[in-house]
Design a protein around this ligand. Structure first.
Ligand code: AMP
Length: 280
């Protein structure tokens, strides 16, 4: 497994591999790796001859300094986990390598996909995501880039910018990995005790309930019930939304849409968790 910290050596190495007609798969991460990340790497390995994983806690996508500082970091363990799954290349750049001029997001048109949910609760979050992903795509020039559906809005936005800016890679969305009880794996789970993680299952249970029962209720009734359930819990609900999975438009009547997805964000103390799933 090769480790690069600088853009130019990595870029040159990848150009050589491209000349040898190797297909390049890319997985972007912020480190503190868990089985969710590793499942993306495994699936990339199955589809590409070379897999590049980046580990970079991107400052421009954090709107709260405290969240950026407290974001878990464990690079040595991350490298070991990646070696175990035969990752070919790890890219661990510094902030200066990624942002040689200004540590600021670019102004990229996100076609309104950033207006609700994560976009409205984390201002400029997706400008930062789009900026860093664009830079990674330019440096790595992958054939495929794999993103987890756990961050569904991010996946849609990356797919959109890759297409409209003609960045090159096919953007592939991969299923959410969960623990044995259903909690979506997240680097932020490390900041929760076992009993807090069990309480956080409330998010998954609400989604599972909606999946099973949506036919008997309107979207607003589903959302109201989930709001009431959270009021009785230790978690603070930030939003529950039911949206079209292509435009992210809010669904107020099932019959107006062919597909629907439910999205939840909630805080357990200072730890912010998100999850989502397809209703139909
Ligand atoms: P992060 O390190 O949180 O930025 O995540 C890096 C990539 O891993 C993103 O594409 C995430 O959507 C994906 N990811 C994170 N958690 C999971 C999970 N539980 N299942 C599947 N993919 C995930």
């Amino acid at each position: 497994m090769l480790i690069f910290e600088q853009v130019y050596p990595l870029n040159n190495h990848l150009k050589d591999l491209k000349k040898q007609k190797k297909s390049i798969g890319f997985v972007a991460t912020m480190g503190a790796l868990h089985s969710g990340h590793i499942s993306l790497v495994r699936q990339a390995k199955a589809r590409n001859s070379i897999v590049v994983v980046s580990i970079f806690v991107n400052p421009t996508q954090f709107n709260k300094q405290d969240d950026l500082i407290k974001y878990p970091r464990n690079t040595e363990r991350d490298k070991e986990l990646l070696k175990e799954v035969d990752c070919d290349i790890v890219f661990i750049p510094t902030v200066e390598e990624m942002y040689p001029n200004k540590v600021e997001p670019e102004n990229i048109d996100l076609n309104g996909l950033d207006l609700n949910m994560e976009g409205s609760f984390r201002s400029n979050h997706f400008d930062g995501v789009a900026t860093v992903v664009k830079r990674f795509f330019e440096i790595i020039n992958p054939d495929q880039a794999y993103f987890g559906l756990k961050d569904f809005q991010q996946y849609l936005i990356v797919k959109h910018i890759s297409k409209v800016l003609n960045l090159g890679p096919e953007v592939v969305g991969l299923e959410i990995e969960r623990n044995e009880k259903g909690l979506a794996l997240s680097s932020r789970n490390q900041r929760l005790s076992v009993s807090e993680q069990n309480e956080a299952l409330m998010i998954y249970k609400s989604i599972a309930w909606a999946k099973e029962n949506y036919k008997h209720f309107s979207p607003s009734e589903i959302k109201k019930k989930i709001h009431l359930d959270f009021e009785k819990s230790n978690l603070k609900l930030e939003y529950v939304e039911i949206c079209d999975p292509h435009s992210l438009k809010e669904i107020s009547q099932w019959s107006d849409f062919k597909e629907a997805r439910i999205f939840i964000a909630a805080n357990h103390g200072k730890v912010r968790l998100i999850d989502n799933d397809r209703l139909f």
